[in-house]
Ligand binder design. Structure first.
Ligand SMILES: *Cc1c(COP(=O)(O)O)cnc(C)c1O
Length: 434
């Protein structure tokens, strides 16, 4: 299967090239040339399939031509060292708990899968330059990618994050690891970090002297595996006897998750519609409302992993819908949730149901409370464990949150970072001097 660029000004490439290069030379994002429609029989029997079986079938549709079945099965098995349960929260509203992985956020799925695909394609070649994985993080990507790639031979990871804008636990997950992981503390916003990474890819000298790739959701090996759990969500609801139309609500930042959901639907997944939940960074919400796309600098919110003013994957969504706003509006509604609503939603849901939302899941849940129609069942992606946002969640509920053992281990480590400004020249110099 070939991959084309959303800008269409560059030749199509193989999966290997798309994964290793991350972004197309014309600065577009790679898209698979075909999205296979899975047979009805697969959906008829899906309620009896577990996550592993489902993921293998879906992975085969995207990667089956390039990667041997046995290898692909192993990569899927190693990726999912954890389960992704659907949990009933409220009447007609379920949470898809994506936070049971090593860093307790959904990005573990894409990061673990991509680390394995990348090392399958480039790994074990000690004689060549190592590949440097650049990753800009607004909070959770850094930890998931750093842990997903930790100790993988032939790969160096450089994490860029906005100083003072990630939670303590998030920061510890990528600043304490050492080995092949370096953390750059950038004096700026997440958008600055993202811009630095993009500029590095556009820089001919860097491209000539280093083998750079990105583990942000612009990489096809990171966002495509996120399709797996939309199928798994559907299977679990059906297995629980839910027969009504299903609406999926996705707390969104760079829109990798939503794009994966839309891919799953294109593959035949019977989801009626999606809701994209924004926080105060509402570029997408405004786009659906007004039809004009106006990227803006991000503003800090309680749901910091969604603080994105110019979402990366927007180009993919436009491409998927042939740039038709009407077609997109038919499948996707948008919702905007400000910090006051996040606070109220976490407090109210905990008081009424005993379910503790994290600030991102709160946006997804709130979007369903507001937007679900009679007779529909909603499932929102609970994208991180509430303990990752300890101070926020404790100050809202007034109760201590129990920190899972896995997170406590990170907190013990000692933070080590390299401090840099937001100017590209300094960043480039740093990369070349490594
Ligand atoms: C990254 C992240 C999001 C946003 O996901 P996108 O795929 O970038 O839209 C939402 N919630 C959490 C907890 C995240 O880490």
């Amino acid at each position: 299967m070939k991959y084309y660029s959303t800008n269409r000004r560059t030749p199509e490439v193989s999966l290997r090239e798309a994964v290793v290069a991350s972004m197309a030379p014309d600065n577009g994002l790679y898209m698979p040339e075909r999205i296979e429609r899975l047979p009805d029989a697969f959906f008829d029997g899906i309620a009896r399939l577990d996550l592993h079986r489902i993921a293998c079938r879906v992975a085969d549709a995207f990667f089956g031509e390039e990667i041997e079945p046995e290898t692909l099965r192993r990569i899927v098995r190693d990726t999912f060292c954890f389960d992704i349960p659907a949990v009933r929260v409220d009447d007609g509203i379920w949470a898809l708990e994506l936070f049971h992985g090593p860093t307790m956020a959904f990005k573990d799925v894409g990061a673990r899968f991509m680390a394995r695909i990348l090392s399958h394609f480039i790994g074990g070649r000690g004689d060549e330059h190592p590949v440097t994985v650049l990753v800009a993080t607004s909070g959770d990507t850094g930890g998931a990618v750093a842990n997903g790639f930790l100790g993988v031979e032939g790969i160096d990871v450089v994490v860029l994050y906005p100083k003072g804008r990630v939670s303590d636990i998030q920061e510890k997950q990528f600043t304490t690891l050492g080995r092949n992981v370096t953390a750059l503390e950038i004096e700026g916003t997440f958008d600055d970090c993202q811009r630095l990474v993009k500029s590095a890819f556009a820089d001919t000298e860097l491209k000539r002297r280093m083998r750079l790739t990105s583990a942000n959701s612009i990489n096809v090996a990171r966002f495509l595996p996120q399709t797996f759990y939309f199928f798994h969500a559907y299977a679990q609801l059906r297995a629980q006897g839910v027969t009504s139309p299903i609406v999926v609500s996705v707390p969104s930042g760079n829109f990798g998750n939503l794009t994966a959901g839309l891919f799953a639907r294109r593959m035949g997944l019977p989801v009626d519609r999606f809701i994209a939940a924004n926080n105060a960074n509402d570029t997408f919400y405004e786009y659906l409302r007004t039809g004009s796309y106006r990227p803006r600098p991000s503003v800090p919110t309680l749901a910091n992993a969604m603080d994105v003013g110019d979402p990366n994957n927007f180009a993919r969504i436009l491409d998927l819908y042939g740039r038709s706003l009407d077609a997109l509006r038919a499948d996707v509604a948008a919702f905007r949730c400000d910090d006051d609503q996040i606070r109220a939603t976490v407090a109210d849901t905990f008081a009424r149901t005993g379910y503790l939302l994290d600030p991102h899941g709160a946006c997804g849940y709130r979007a369903l409370r507001d937007g679900l129609r009679d007779g529909e069942t909603g499932i929102f992606l609970e994208t991180a464990h509430p303990a990752k946002f300890l101070d926020t969640v404790e100050s809202i509920t007034g109760r201590p949150v129990e920190i899972p053992q896995r997170l406590q281990e990170f907190v013990k480590g000692e933070k080590r970072t390299v401090a840099l400004g937001a100017e590209f020249e300094a960043f480039k110099e740093y990369l070349l001097s490594r």
